[in-house]
Ligand binder design. Structure first.
Ligand SMILES: Nc1ncnc2c1ncn2[C@@H]1O[C@H](COP(=O)(O)OP(=O)(O)OP(=O)(O)O)[C@@H](O)[C@H]1O
Length: 258
């Protein structure tokens, strides 16, 4: 589905990423983790074709992004980023509708309205639909943008691809889990998700595969059970931890400070 080999990226002479190989299948949720400054967001932007010199060759469904028709690509790939504008003079519903812009000319169709309502329900912002976006709290704004990105990929296209850069920032525990379940449902329907997360326990619980980065290089890229070992995690984060099986689902449970 998504493939890239030997990705390197530098700003001036400062190397940010070095020799990264990525291959993500359909129906897979890949979570990228690592300490601050490891290069996670930079890698996500490169994979999503938002950054780079054009030398990096990322293949999505065996085609480089340059080979894709722009409109077709907008129906197949979406990205949730952290740098959303804080000032948008629109209602919540109209901000979510922005995700449907690739689908209609000047007036949204019934199908676009329905997709917006569905995404708002999914991220629990339906009750805020007519509110001025600018009056929302940080977590509410975050959920509105998640709805906008989800609604962009509400279509009949098989094997679509979503990138999410720290989608759980500002969210309470209920909404963190709700979003993770939504993304899991999305991948189980045959789509692909690549996500940057700081919460290692959520990564351990939901990821199919985890990529652990440090200083621009891959330390480990495997299933959660193989990546989350006491030695690796305490070394990479330079902080002690204990890892035991989660008593509910047997996934690794990471307890820091022990
Ligand atoms: N435009 C830029 N100019 C200079 N340095 C940059 C630029 N963009 C990123 N960097 C540096 O590259 C490194 C990786 O940044 P990146 O944002 O990808 O890290 P990250 O793993 O997502 O970090 P965090 O967990 O803190 O969000 C950092 O040291 C950052 O300061």
């Amino acid at each position: 589905m998504l493939e890239a080999q030997n990705i390197s990226y530098a700003h001036r002479k400062f190397s940010i990423l070095e020799g990264i190989d990525v291959a993500v299948n359909h129906s897979e949720l890949l979570v990228i983790v690592g300490p601050n400054g490891a290069g996670k967001s930079t890698l996500l932007s490169l994979l999503a074709n938002e950054l780079g010199s054009g030398k990096e060759t990322v293949f999505f469904k065996k085609k480089t992004f340059r080979e894709w028709d722009e409109k077709e690509l907008s129906h197949s790939k979406a990205k949730f980023s952290q740098n959303n504008s804080h000032d948008i003079p629109l209602t919540v519903q109209n901000v979510v509708m922005m995700g449907r812009y690739p689908y209609f000319g000047s007036i949204p169709r019934k199908i676009d309205e329905e997709a917006v309502l569905k995404a708002m329900q999914e991220t629990d912002v339906s009750h805020l639909a007519q509110r001025d976006y600018n009056s929302l709290s940080g977590g509410e704004k975050q959920r509105v943008h998640l709805a906008r990105v989800l609604t962009q990929l509400d279509n009949e296209v098989k094997n679509t691809l979503i990138f999410l850069d720290e989608p759980l920032n500002n969210l309470d525990v209920l909404h963190q889990h709700r979003i993770m379940h939504t993304i899991k449902k999305f991948t189980q329907a045959g789509h692909t998700a690549v996500m940057v997360l700081h919460d290692l326990n959520l990564a351990a619980q939901f990821a199919d595969r985890v990529m652990l980065l440090k200083k621009g290089k891959i330390v480990s890229h495997d299933i959660p059970q193989k990546v989350f070992t006491r030695e690796t995690i305490s070394t990479v984060y330079n902080f002690p931890c204990t890892i035991c099986p989660n008593p509910v689902n047997n996934n690794p449970l990471i307890i820091f400070g022990t």
